[in-house]
Ligand binder design. Sequence first.
Ligand code: RAM
Length: 846
Amino acid sequence: MVGLRAEQGEEGVVLDTGAPRLSWTVADAVAGWAYDSYEVQVLDGPSRVVRGTDGVLVPWPFEPLPSRERLCLRVRLGSGDPDEEGSAWTPWSEPVSLVVGLLEETDWSAEFVSPVTLGGLDDGAPHVFTDFTLESAPVRATLYLTSHGVYEAYLNDDRIGRDVLTPGWTAYERRLRYQAHDVTGLLRPGANTVGALLGNGWYRGQLVWPGNRSSYGDRLALLAQLELEFADGTRRVIGTDPTWRACPSPILFDDLYDGERRDLRRSMRPHEYASEPVEAVPGDMSRLVARRGPAVRVIERRPALSLLTSAAGATIVDFGQNLVGWVELTVRAAAGTEVTVRHAEVLENGELALRPLRSAKATCRYVLAGVAEEVLRPTFTFNGFRYAEITGLESLRIEDVSALVLGSDLRRTGWLETSDPDLNRLHENVVWGMRGNFLDVPTDCPQRDERLGWTGDIQVFAPTANFLFDTSGFLAGWLEDLAAEQKPDGGVPHIIPDVLRDVDPAAAAWSDAAVIVPSTLYTTYADHGVLVRQYASMRAWVEKVRSLTGPGHLWTTGPQFGDWLDPTAPPDRPDAAQADPAVIATAYHARTTRLLALAAATVGHGEDATRYGALADAIAAAFDAEYVDPDGRVRSDCQTVYALALCWDLIADEDARDLAGERLAELVIGARYRVATGFVGTPVILDALCRAGRADLAHRMLTETDLPSWLYAVGMGATTIWERWDSMLPDGTVNPGSMTSFNHYAYGAVADWMHRFIGGLAPAAPGWREVVVRPVIGGSLTHASAAFDSVHGPISTSWRRDDRGAVRLSVDVPYGVGAQVWVPGHPEPVHVGAGRHEFEGTALLP
Ligand code: RAM
């Protein structure tokens, strides 16, 4: 069984290229079977046999396709000439359909249009529309559209598609995504109306700090192009131009941070309002790109768990899960009734804890029309919440409330299950942290007046993210924004898209995302194209740091975020860490330069590979000489600096390295297994303990429940990963610091360790072509299983140990992947290929 996909294979995405790369997986291959050729066939079109043994992102085997082309494609695999007798070919894959987007600027005849008097900064969302008449229904109709601001599009009374908050957020000045929808079924002979509501979104709403608006411009605008094809072969294009009109809508106010106000007495139909003309506004068409990853959608509907009464007597709904999205209410009440929904992640003293939201009002208000049953939910905002306070209704039934979970509609690819329910909850919290913060951009948090693409956060979380969900398109697109926002001297902004607009951004671990994130993508998806595209950006960043360090290679200048939110830092000094920022910065410089050298070798820049390899050696040597004592002491002597030095091979002398490992163990034991790391140390601390030969301590630390620890939050009822180890204090009050989110994924980076060391699944070659199966069986765990849906197909492990330490391990490997299996208790690995493999061993740890 062969499964084919084109590019990232995301649902509902038109291709931004006429030469899509193809990939396939092979399921149920008979042992010993292999192919040396593949045949790609366009249904009702040409077919090509190509020699090749790899099915990951192979080049398009035909002439490049033009804009708007659609076709169906299938593949089969085998050896020899498929037409010759005796040749062994698989059956054809299921066909896959491709649609090419608008590749050329000249494909667009529409222009950006904006209302003239409506839709001002303090107005509600305008509706921009046009009417047209059709003599007959078209055989095909495609609507391409995007906006300055966010839009929700309609054809007649039908909402178009399921995507929300489109076109999402990119570096708008340089990259603006458009969407394409097949709307054939929505058109009818006679009168039709097409249009879209426009909200402020990221373009014009608040961003970064309270009251900061219009980061990209102060006029909302729509670009829409409806292309119709009729049975007689004629075509017609209806595009936004100054003949379109604008009118008000039921949305009176909208802002991502503050929420939305809707008057349901007002119509959604443009003809029920007086309308005004629109005018064309400038809009650079060369910025328009098709999206790479999936759109934001409602990805789950969750019923309310319980209704509570707040200390002041208001109704509070508990959804049982901290999540990101909308509250949906079904109500029956008199016209003019005003219903208010406020959101919070936690309760404090029986009320919504609103302080962590800072200035974000996170409030949705509705004035009811008074019809039999009204469904209330917003459009142009989102909230991070577990609790919602609902006021204005005389009564509320629990079955009338649900939470609609919003997020980029990523495909789940990774799972882990253990015998410890607390670890399972921790892992589930990481998954929820990712769901909520992968909302078009990888954000730090989803609830307060921030919600920004902080580079440091995604840099540490990327390996975990790449395992849990298919991030190949999502992060590849975000990296294009990073490169687009990079400064001419190579400086990398601390948030992407960059609305902070620092003049000279360069912070270790944050700006290093420019090199580290593409490297993690290559490891996970073997997408050579990402490295090729990002290479100049990666190199420019390393060169920027080189200019800061000078010939001594030590990066001692600031400002630096350092080991952000180290647990010993006072609540309002998140940067006041134990780790010396120069030690961190220099370690990162070494790490990133090493990754650049590897990338250079991969994309065929041989000279750079040699040069940056030597530079990485020199930086490591400078680190060693300056920051490491012969007795293995690393400057500032705390968990984080040992973790970096050990994980990134920054101590050359073996004895010194062993002593550093011992010192780390001593620090961890001295801290009674509690975490003493911030954003930088946390992702590597358990790996470092394993490198120091103390996997026992890694297990012990992971299962510690006292503050600060991962399981402290679990014990406090957390359902997501918190920004601080103690976002909620042991007495149930909220940390007084001005940054206290309950949904920040950075500390969730530990899940990557859990996948590799508890699940025992680690990639050992790009695209997981090689995998190391090496669960470290210990602590209180009696069984665990992990699964990863790789580009070659599903890989999984499962182990169980009995009371006497006997372990049974099973491993499933797909075609195209080789696994190095370390059976517990055996000194040497076993190498296996496709199939299911069972092993018996003995537990390594008590
Ligand atoms: C905070 C963010 C983020 C962090 C930066 C430095 O405001 O929440 O997590 O990366 O600061």
